[in-house]
Structure formats: structure tokens, C-alpha cells
Design a protein. Sequence first.
Length: 221
Amino acid sequence: MLGTTAAFAATPTGITVQTAAEVATLNGSGANYGPPSNATFPDGPLTVASGTSVTLSAGPAGGDADTILLVLSGSKASLGAGTIGLTFDGLTPVSFTASNFFSTAAGGFPASIMGIANGAVNGISFPGADHAAADITFNGPLTPTGVALGDVTITSPIPLRVDVFGDNSSTGRIVGNAPNSGAEGVAPVPEPSPMALFGLGAIGLMGVMVMRHRRHHCTSA
């Protein structure tokens, strides 16, 4: 089937972390929003554990875009001194700290974006969240629909939602976005509690003591 043959997919060429000013430029005069999407995560919205790979595929309007803007939304305050990692296919990974996050207004996003502004993904609503962004460039338009563009893997110590915007290098503007159903949630993997760590340590210590006791008993016999 022509529409799902991977050989026709555009090839990713690079990924860069975007500043608030760069995102504001993409949101400047002439930017367009709303489905049909340029690219999308699987129908959902779905929430996956931190470090889980999820395939990003071309959408019905893939031909309008040659670049994908992934927008990570969460709480900058909750991230604190933590770091978020993002990989896409074989490209060099990028990372985000609290300094990479900005407000919706600073990024130039409109107050209401068709399909995403009024709904929550992973408990996070887009307008009130802090955002960080990465631009993934390709060697051509993202057509045809349904072709896998690459796997996104995000490791994060805080809950995130990840929205997909398309932009066009010739205009330098956003040309569409996936709706909430094409967004992804990332849930941090819970760290072991201090009591659990103490319990594991105690079990290990007991094991060592038992082995020593057995060796002593065998030596004395």
C-alpha cells in the first residue's frame, strides 16, 4: 500500500532546542493552527512511562510542513534542578532544564488553539502550563499520511504533555497542529521510597549475615 510504505517518508536531519523568542517567531503573523494535523502520535491521548519510545507519524496535512515542533508542557517549578531528555530516531539527543521553559504568552501562542487549548492531557492544560520546545527538521514534506517518521523517547522526572506542531521552513511559521487526541503524556517513573530502599538494604544485609553464619557453622563442624 503506497500510503504506508516507509520508503516514501521524509528523513529527519536535525533537532534543536528552541528559545521563547524562536517559538514566538514561528507563532508570528501568518501562523495557522488546527487539524488536520501535519504529524501526530498514535490516537489517544495516551500517557506512557518516562523513557518509553512512541512512534510519530505523518498526518493528513503532512505535505504542508517540513519541520516538526514538539512542545513539552509541564511545571518549570516542579522540574527544579532536574533535566528532561529527548531523542528522535538516530539524531543527537537534546535535553531541557528549567531555563528552557517559558510561558504560553512568551512563546507567542494564541490564547486558544483549535483542538488543544481547552482540554487536558496527562492532567496538564496547555494554556496554563510552562513550555519547552524542540524543532525537528526533515529533508522534505512529511507526506504521505500514516508513514512513521521516527520514534520519540522522553525521559522526565516530572509529568509532561507533548503537543505536535508543524512548521514550514520557507515561511518560518507554524502551519498546523495535532489535536489533543494526537498528543502524548509522559509520566515519571516513581523513585523508590526511603523505606523501600532501607528494606532492600536490610534484606541484603541479612543475606550477608546468613551466609557468614553458614560459613562459620561449616568451618566449626
